[in-house]
Write a protein that binds this ligand. Structure first.
Ligand SMILES: Cc1ncc(C[n+]2csc(CCOP(=O)(O)OP(=O)(O)O)c2C)c(N)n1
Ligand SMILES: O=C1C[C@@H](O)[C@H](O)[C@@H](O)C1=O
Ligand SMILES: [Mg+2]
Length: 636
């Protein structure tokens, strides 16, 4: 008879989490660092009791909003390059429902996280329990079914012994780089507290190995042939390159064979911005040189990219009639994109093997230096824009009148353009500071303008671009790298949507710096609507009387216990950053910026739905333009 131990399902879960290890490149470490919790009747007496009794090495952190704490867990894992996770336990019903946006965020970004929402009673004895809805067609549907489409692995545990097979599947998924994403195990609230004689073998130390898969010789031969016959190849550095830690291999490859590199949001800060062959962000929010190189490329080597619309400018970034694609990706699904030659293997190991097979090859690029030089001049211009009350042409030109811009300047008491503020911030922060961002106009400005010199210091969630990730994500990144300064860069809209975990960071003594860019509105969406012929409608923050809202965000943060600064000039910003660096407590720097002063596009296009019929001429024109652009795009 196998040895057993009598535990509740909750206790067995916690014991199992304590014994999971990951091994990457021969280094072994605990895979689960801790667990976020918001307790309710669904989990406090099950998982909650187990954590109180013996959490083992797990750090137990009380969140303030389920989505927020799950975002923090996701950011932790992302900053740890997916080598460690936090689990997240919620109550049943609304607590579980609050996980949906976070699960989507983890899924879109391929980030492992273990979600543990409580479920309704397995016995159904007290049904309907508080927070249980009732469907006439089925008693088996609960809120947690809403997590199915946003989970990489989903299971419901209605008997204690089911936990064993469920957890094994979840950990297999989370530790496989090709499948990494959210694993959701919904545990019936009565079952969380039910006891079972678990075999002790289930709790023995388990090591999950992340091996670097090598390309086959067929894949290698095809890749070598393709590169050798290309004159103007281009490397796209995607998130997979970052997770594979392929910096050295990318740099050697690029330098030796003279191949320029461009970056996706997830790939940025794999290779330093000042590398002469790094042309910066590509696509909708890309730089001019990157987008010129993309157009000129006869071979696109996508390393760990999933080719989102932002990366491919909605499939218009490349000269599809002349260009071939070579995709190096650990995921077969992503490798298949763009009709590419596929190398389904680890980025680092593939680049290193390919490197040795290309001796004598050299691209025919001649413009890399001049493109880069021109961009540096453009960056310089964007860094020193100043407002003029008489005639000011913001980067997003022709949308707001001078009178309107002056109204914003007067109400917000600022003349600070966003690009000037952002580049000044970049200069003022330490080189190893980590920045976190997700939504609004800032991601575009950051992808174009933010210089990174230290690997893994640029943390952008741009797979789901989920507003509210910024501050929770900043907290998660700080948990991952407590010795570094972490800055959450956030728009006023995102701040309002969710900043709950700022309180959690303060509560647990993790210093987080929030830099809030207040332009009194959903700025980037206002740009989008006006760029497509609409008026300014529903995106400015105005009162019912029509006045621009001037909110004292610093006061909110001060009430939480943060040290706060209000700035509206480069000089004030520099001083605030220097002072903030000396603080032990969390800080918030509120920057009032003028609307329409973020960067505009460079040689790119974004396919968004445009009204096909309208009584406004500008909308009709926008639709015609859209059709023309679409005509030139690759269709799949
Ligand atoms: C959860 C969520 N809801 C809606 C959106 C759509 N959206 C993207 S950016 C944006 C406005 C962002 O405003 P703000 O944070 O102030 O940034 P700004 O564009 O003004 O710089 C909205 C509503 C989103 N990305 N995420
Ligand atoms: O709709 C959107 C527009 C983008 O500009 C923005 O960055 C992103 O957050 C979004 O959701
Ligand atoms: Mg805004």
């Amino acid at each position: 008879m196998a040895e057993t131990i009598r535990l509740t399902t909750g206790q067995a879960l916690v014991k199992f989490l304590n014994n999971q290890f990951i091994s990457v490149d021969g280094k072994e470490a605990h895979f689960v660092e801790g667990i976020f919790n918001i307790f309710g009747h669904g989990n406090v007496l099950g998982i909650g009791q187990a954590l109180e009794q013996d959490a083992g090495h797990l750090k137990v952190i009380q969140g303030k909003n389920e989505q927020g704490m799950a975002h923090a867990a996701i950011a932790y894992s992302k900053q740890m390059l997916r080598k460690k996770i936090y689990a997240v336990t919620t109550s049943v019903g609304p607590g579980a429902a609050n996980l949906v946006a976070a699960a989507g965020t983890a899924l879109a970004n391929n980030i492992p996280v273990l979600l543990l929402p409580a479920d309704t009673f397995a016995t159904r004895q007290p049904d309907p329990v508080l927070q249980q809805f009732e469907q006439e067609y089925s008693a088996a549907i609960t809120t947690n079914d809403a997590l199915k489409p946003v989970s990489r692995y989903w299971d419901r545990v209605v008997r204690p012994e089911q936990l064993m097979s469920s957890l094994l599947r979840a950990f297999e998924v989370m530790t496989d780089p090709a499948k990494a994403g959210p694993a959701t195990i919904c545990i019936a609230q009565d079952v969380e507290g039910e006891a079972y004689d678990y075999p002790t073998s289930f709790f023995e130390k388990r090591v999950h190995y992340v091996d670097r898969y090598e390309p086959t010789s067929r894949e290698l031969n095809q890749a070598v042939q393709l590169i050798r016959k290309s004159r103007k190849p281009l490397i796209i550095i995607g998130g997979g390159a970052k997770y594979s830690e392929a910096r050295e291999e990318l740099v050697a490859f690029s330098e030796t064979y003279r191949i320029p590199m461009v970056e996706t949001q997830a790939g940025k800060s794999t290779v330093e911005s000042n590398h002469p062959f790094n042309l910066g962000g590509v696509g909708v929010t890309g730089t001019k040189p990157a987008n010129l190189a993309a157009k000129e490329a006869d071979l696109v080597i996508g390393v760990g990219t999933r080719y989102t619309d932002f990366t491919s400018s909605s499939k218009t970034a490349f000269s599809f009639n002349n260009a071939s694609f070579l995709n190096i990706n650990i995921s077969r699904m992503h490798a298949y994109k763009m009709d590419a030659v596929q190398v389904v293997a680890d980025a680092r190991v593939t680049l290193s093997i390919l490197f040795g097979e290309l001796t004598g090859y050299r691209s025919k690029h001649i413009s890399i230096d001049s493109w880069k030089h021109e961009w540096l001049q453009e960056r310089e211009r964007l860094s020193s824009i100043s407002f003029d009350r008489e005639v000011f042409k913001p980067e997003i030109e022709g949308q707001f009148s001078q009178q309107l811009l002056n109204e914003y300047a007067d109400t917000l008491d600022t003349e600070f353009p966003q690009t000037t503020a952002l580049t000044a911030l970049n200069k003022a922060l330490s080189k190893d500071a980590v920045i976190v961002c997700a939504a609004g106009s800032l991601p575009g400005d950051l992808q174009r303008l933010w210089d990174t010199e230290t690997p893994n210091t640029y943390h952008l969630e741009y797979g789901y671009s989920c507003m509210g990730y910024e501050i929770a994500g900043g907290f998660g990144a700080k948990l991952a790298e407590p010795e570094k300064e972490v800055y959450s860069l956030v728009g006023d809209g995102s701040f309002l949507m969710m900043h709950s975990e700022f309180v959690t960071a303060i509560q647990y003594g993790y210093k987080l710096n929030v830099v809030l860019f207040d332009n009194a509105g959903f700025g980037c969406i206002s740009n989008l609507q006006m760029d497509h012929g609409s008026g300014s409608h529903g995106c400015e923050f105005r009162t019912h009387r029509g006045d621009i809202m001037n909110i004292d965000y610093a006061k909110i943060a001060e009430a939480y216990g943060a040290k706060v600064y209000r700035v509206s000039s480069v000089e004030h910003l520099q001083k605030a950053v220097e002072d903030a660096k000396c603080q032990e407590v969390s800080t918030l720097i509120e920057i009032k910026v003028l609307p329409k002063t973020m960067t505009d596009g460079y040689e790119s296009w974004w396919n968004v739905g445009v009204a096909e019929t309208s009584n406004v001429t500008a909308v009709q024109r926008a639709h015609q333009k859209h059709q023309t652009k679409l005509y030139a795009a690759k269709l799949y």
